[in-house]
Design a protein around this ligand. Structure first.
Ligand code: PMP
Length: 441
């Protein structure tokens, strides 16, 4: 049968996935793949959650879709209420979309409109960090720090400038404490705001724990508190992109809880859908919403499928499961168990330079030389070889690397379902160890 699906890679033939069973995906040939990365930090409840499926069926039987130009729905309202009940203080409004890039677009446009309506139309610039990913639509791509991804679409992208990520393993100086390092890199934001002119800067966007581009790298303690201070001082909005690290993945519903800060906006997506429905959301402060309500009263943005009733009902069931089944403490204990298993398998490995992350959001960094932290040559495509070897062994993991935004390196991201069992953790680490050995051979 000819395959007319238009995917990412035109030349690759992929196995056909037919069924989900807890932490496993099963293909047409009956092969079982342990989902060690939840796809890309998506499937937090595994692939066959009965309550989410029941909620989707129930909503489908009642009403699948009612256009947000005409109606609200109980499903969308209940989801927004639950999110706000558990959100950091100050975040009071929810804008429901269909994925992560849409949530980031909405955040950037809401920031722009906020300044247009509060008498600061010259504030249009966005500052982000190098080696970052915030989505693939033109606005989100413009925000992200990945020269290679961006250059192909210039000049369509808005101008964004980029400061250093907070990446202590690679960038902290000899003898510098984590706190000193955090302050030093956070202060780059102030320097950049002053360079651009504070009256022109609208927002700073960053992931509290960097997912795809660095491999589960949390900021050092104090970094985001200093970032918050700088944003407050210069009137710049702070947008936290929790599309990957949010929704319980780090052991807190919102990853920024650990950093003790209150952002102006948070974007979420992957874990909120948990793979059952496409959904994303922007959480915004009451201050931003109220300014627009008092001004034009109309957010100049929207998508046909925003606030989709089935997506909202499914996401409400996902969120209720995360909050109600004790899954947040489970993420902490299973995260510690996975971390310990990774350390016992890789601590003395000559080519694993760092094991880091929070909760069930962990990363391994591969190095050619552990002492100098020198990365492997990009031509070796180590990340791609690990992905292939792991898949062959029946493990889905999320390696990334080569050269991203001028920085070389390879890492493997792990983000298994929160329901992963002790035995499955052992299976994951065993298969990953074998895949790393095959890739390095
Ligand atoms: N932000 C971050 C931090 C992400 O990791 C991603 C997806 N990898 C996105 C935004 C974009 O999300 P989506 O693919 O759902 O559009």
């Amino acid at each position: 049968m000819p395959d007319h699906v238009f995917g990412r890679s035109t030349g690759t033939v992929l196995p056909r996935a037919v069924r989900g069973d807890g932490c496993y995906i099963i293909d047409e040939a009956g092969r079982r793949y342990l989902d060690g990365s939840g796809g890309a930090a998506v499937s937090c409840l595994g692939h066959s959650d009965a309550e989410v499926r029941a909620a989707l069926h129930e909503q489908l039987d009642a009403l699948a879709f009612a256009h947000t130009g005409f109606f609200t729905t109980a499903a969308a309202e209940a989801l927004a209420d639950l999110l706000i009940d558990h959100a950091p203080p100050g975040l009071e409004r929810v804008y429901l979309v269909s994925g992560g890039s849409e949530a980031v677009e909405a955040a950037l446009k809401l920031a722009r409109q906020y300044f247009l309506e509060t008498g600061a139309p010259q504030r249009h610039r966005v500052i982000a960090r190098r080696q970052s990913y915030h989505g693939n639509t033109l606005g989100a791509l413009a925000a992200g720090g990945n020269a290679w991804r961006r250059q192909q679409f210039a000049p369509l992208l808005a101008e964004t400038s980029h400061i250093s990520p907070c990446y202590a393993y690679r960038d902290s100086a000899e003898g510098e404490s984590p706190e000193e390092y955090g302050l030093r890199v956070a202060n780059e934001l102030e320097a950049e705001i002053l360079r651009l002119g504070p009256e022109t800067v609208m927002a700073f966007i960053a992931e509290p724990v960097v997912g795809a581009t660095l491999g589960a790298v949390p900021a050092v303690p104090g970094y985001f508190r200093r970032i918050r201070e700088i944003c407050d001082h210069y009137g710049v909005l702070l947008i936290l992109d929790e599309v990957m690290c949010g929704m319980g993945r780090t052991g807190h519903l919102f990853a920024c809880a650990e950093d003790g800060i209150e952002p102006d906006m948070i974007t979420i997506a992957k874990g909120l859908g948990a793979g059952y429905q496409p959904i994303g959301a922007l959480l915004a402060s009451g201050r931003i919403y109220d300014a627009i309500a008092a001004g034009s009263g109309f957010f100049q943005h929207g998508h046909t499928y925003m606030g989709h009733a089935m997506a909202a009902a499914g996401a409400h069931a996902v969120l209720s499961a995360i909050l109600g089944r004790g899954l947040l403490p489970r993420v902490v204990t299973q995260g510690q168990r996975l971390d310990a298993a990774l350390r016992s398998a890789f601590d003395t490995h000559p080519h694993i330079g760092d094991i880091r992350g929070r909760g069930l959001f962990l990363g391994l960094e591969l190095v050619a030389d552990k002492a100098t932290k020198a990365p492997f040559e990009p031509e070796r495509k180590l990340h791609a070889r690990i992905k292939a070897a792991a898949f062959e062994a029946g493990l889905i993991c999320y390696p990334m690397g080569g050269t991203i935004d001028g920085r070389r390196g390879d890492h493997v991201l792990l983000a298994p379902p929160f329901i992963i069992s002790d035995d499955q953790i052992d299976e994951l680490v065993d298969k990953l160890s074998r895949a790393v050995a095959v890739a390095l051979a």
